[in-house]
Design a protein around this ligand. Sequence first.
Ligand code: SAM
Ligand code: SF4
Ligand code: SF4
Length: 360
Amino acid sequence: MNANDRIIPIAVAPAPSFPSAAPAAPGEPLRDTRGRALRDLRISVTDRCNFRCVYCMPKTVFGRDYPFLPREQLLSFEEITRLARLFVVQGVEKIRITGGEPLLRHGLERLIEQLAELPVELTLTTNGSLLAAQAHALKAAGLNRVTVSLDALDPLVFQRMSDVNYAVEDVLAGIDAAAAAGLAPVKVNCVVKRGTNDDQILPLARHFRGSGQILRFIEYMDVGSSNGWKMDEVLSSTEVIARIDREFPLEAIDPNYPGEVAERWRYRDGGGEIGVISSVTQAFCSTCTRLRLSTEGKLYTCLFAQGGHDLRDLLRGGSNDEQLSRAIAGIWRARADRYSEIRTAATAPRRKIEMSYIGG
Ligand code: SAM
Ligand code: SF4
Ligand code: SF4
């Protein structure tokens, strides 16, 4: 694969032209065409990963010769912080650092320190393999919480999902270290792929019951264009809940806030809480308040977007804060995305941005 080919899986359409609009008035939310307020920003800090999860970065596409972004194309920590500050002025209350694997980005705690000065909840999603060594420093830098991905407890199933030779114990040690460092409660995310790891639902539930960590099951999604997604490999959240309920009776609980993505359940015997994220079977586009900033500074208004807006061009082209704010406002105000509501067998094979590039 050469450098030009890289563009095919990740930036599949020409960047839309740059809208520009009045920023939100102080205290007023910025609303898109469907009335949704901008609240959450996900920032991807690397497109690289030390895992090759079959549903995200299959080795057939992300092989040894895959042309990841060269360093000079990544946004610097200073560029990220400058943009984040402008997003916060326009209503962003939560920032999640993601990737690729964010803990591979050298000196990440320096970025956390800079972002922690903003009035936001600051979280990070990681595969957990490198977390044990970094949890303490991340907490000290100002990180509030972590979400750790873990798709199996059984070593063979874990290996089949992640397609690398890390041990489940590394991830469990990362979760423990995060909790001990005060990054709690740790959320543990499991993507369920029917026929590959759905036999791990109950072992995971048994393991995390009563631990204080919150286990959440995510429906396998047709993100990107490389995972060969098929609807019959999706196991619905309804079925996940039914399987757990048969062994440990569950009851639904209220969301923490309107528009919360995970549906919350608790064990009737007081064993704690679990969650399900039904991205495929019960679309939640109508309350989607998320914006995604890619590793190289493109802004995406949907996980299933086919193109992004190049803020790095504006940043490096000398735009001032007002021009950047007007661009951000224009992009959000023009937003009409609702992919999960209109997903069909025909939309799934569309060329879309890869999850490892845009961030989960
Ligand atoms: N590498 C980190 C990790 O795995 O936690 C952060 C980035 S990863 C892209 C973010 C989240 O996206 C993970 O929880 C991962 O399981 C989820 N994810 C990736 N591909 C997915 C897919 N096809 N369907 C559902 N979730 C997916
Ligand atoms: Fe890496 Fe996370 Fe994607 Fe797995 S889900 S390949 S850990 S970026
Ligand atoms: Fe939001 Fe797009 Fe997902 Fe709908 S499909 S919830 S608009 S990211």
